[in-house]
Design a protein around this ligand. Structure first.
Ligand SMILES: O=C(O)C[C@H]1NC(=O)NC1=O
Length: 243
């Protein structure tokens, strides 16, 4: 049995439940998926500030997972917040949904475009494409300017995102669309029908990637940069983080 813990780093429990449903829909029979939100942090992540404040809660969930014997983790936020720190804590693989989606996109196409939420987060998506080595394959990053929590609440959101994806394929002439928010996890099938190209949701892509890495017996390397952090005291609210 493989246990994958999917961490939605924001505190929106309805979004976490949707993320869990999407991941379980693709998980193998022998895989148990638990989807959680930290008890502390922003209700959605739409800025560098939100991202910074989401990381402590994310890391508490990774530390708890290590005590629970979790085999691998998904960070279910398109900014891949805290990914490197999470890898320092985790024994098993940790995959962010942006990284997973971009990898999957380049395995089924020569180019991809990202459709994300707020314009202000587009720079982060470009930064990740550069970091992961996919800048040449990324033809564009487009924002629907729908707040993360409105993706579920606004009945017009799905149509708006779908139309933007159709427009992105036509303008960018990209082979693949990457959905740039964990809150779009259940949009992929509809967008694929409308665009006629492969559409990748990072939640499901990351779930299967972690499952595969665990099946291959691959764990996070502790030889170098991802070694366990050096022990030290952390004061104030962070005193719980003392090793
Ligand atoms: O980065 C974004 O625009 C989307 C990102 N924010 C969030 O709360 N979950 C996400 O996937």
């Amino acid at each position: 049995m493989t246990h994958i813990k999917i961490i939605n780093p924001n505190t929106a429990l309805a979004m976490t439940a949707s993320i869990g449903r999407c991941a379980r829909a693709v998980a193998a029979r022998g895989t148990v998926v638990t989807a959680v939100s930290p008890s502390m942090g922003p209700e959605s992540i739409e800025s560098h500030y939100d991202e910074a404040l989401a990381v402590p809660g994310l890391l508490t969930e990774i530390a708890a997972g290590e005590r629970e014997g979790v085999d691998g983790y998904v960070i279910a936020c398109f900014g891949d917040p805290g990914l490197d720190a999470a890898r320092e804590l985790a024994t098993g693989p940790v995959v962010g949904i942006a990284e997973a989606a971009m990898h999957a996109a380049t395995l089924v196409g020569r180019s991809f475009s990202v459709v994300t939420t707020l314009s202000r987060t587009a720079g982060r998506a470009w930064d990740l494409a550069h970091r992961y080595g996919f800048a040449a394959a990324c033809r564009g990053v487009h924002a629907c300017d729908i707040p993360v929590l409105d993706l579920d609440r606004d009945p017009a959101a799905r149509k708006t995102v779908t139309e933007l994806c159709v427009d992105a394929v036509e303008r960018d002439r990209c082979d693949v669309v990457v959905l740039g928010c964990a809150g779009m996890a259940d949009f992929a099938a509809e967008v694929a029908d409308e665009t006629g190209v492969p559409v990748i949701d990072g939640v499901t892509a990351a779930t299967k990637l972690v499952e595969s890495l665990v099946a291959l017996g691959l764990r996070t390397s502790k030889r170098g940069e991802y070694a366990t952090p050096p022990p030290k005291r952390y004061s104030g609210l962070l005193s719980d983080f003392t090793y």
